[in-house]
Design a protein around this ligand. Sequence first.
Ligand code: SAM
Length: 278
Amino acid sequence: MTDEATPLFDIELRLLLDAVYLRYHYDFRGYAFSSLRRRVRHAMTRFGCERVSDLQHRIIHEPEFFAEAIQYFTVQVSEMFRDPGYFRTLREEVVPVLTTYPSVKVWVAGCSSGEEVWSLAILLAEEGLLERSMIYATDINPDALAKAQRGTYRVDRVAQFSRNYLAAGGRRSLSDYYTSAYGNAMFDRRLTQQVVFADHSLATDSVFSEVHFVSCRNVLIYFNRALQDRAVGLFCDSLVRKGFLGLGSKESLQFGAHAEKFEAFAPEQRIYQRKVPG
Ligand SMILES: C[S@@+](CC[C@H](N)C(=O)[O-])C[C@H]1O[C@@H](n2cnc3c(N)ncnc32)[C@H](O)[C@@H]1O
């Protein structure tokens, strides 16, 4: 048995999650346990803690330490135009429907450092929809949100972003949207004039109203079933009738509590449409 999987480790980990919730109101209690174990183990190694309770002691007594440690509770992997087929389908099949509304609200839930938001802003701009769109970009990780707002990415990541952009049906060259300096690509701030970056937790916070499209990709995989149901319930209650929900490639509504409230719109790209109730 690995160290992480011992009963004592799990007991201490549950106590840590309770302590984090009581002290800071961050609720990781409904996260998939096996992946939390691995991440907390990394944090213990990084901070030289022998036991989870040592980590807990520092977290509770040192808020600035918690700000650092929280990075280990969430996974921040992202990419612009990640899974290009998703963005191509949005462009070709979802945007034509969104265009029929006088104004469009989009919610990017779990936006991490913003790659998904900037991709959507570029796509909406190219389809002539950005000016009448409002995008809420939310996450629980304050550092990630600050990066998302800056829209500055290491230039060595941009070749992959550009390949994805073209595979997603990009109409120009990605380089039209950024300037390079000091090893970074800085994306054009005009793209995010219509974006509100905000702290919002799918575990503890409530709905946004009258949203036409929710994109929540590669977030639900880290949640247990009950928390997935809570999050999808929020999306359902936030969406207008016939509004769209896009998930990540490893995520689906199948078997979830709200599955019957949606119909598959582009199932191979995990894009669903909220049914008209009744
Ligand atoms: C792997 S990233 C996904 C980034 C982006 N959506 C993508 O697909 O490229 C997962 C994000 O979910 C965020 N997250 C984790 N728990 C959350 C919660 N309860 N509410 C909102 N976001 C959460 C993490 O902070 C992280 O930024």
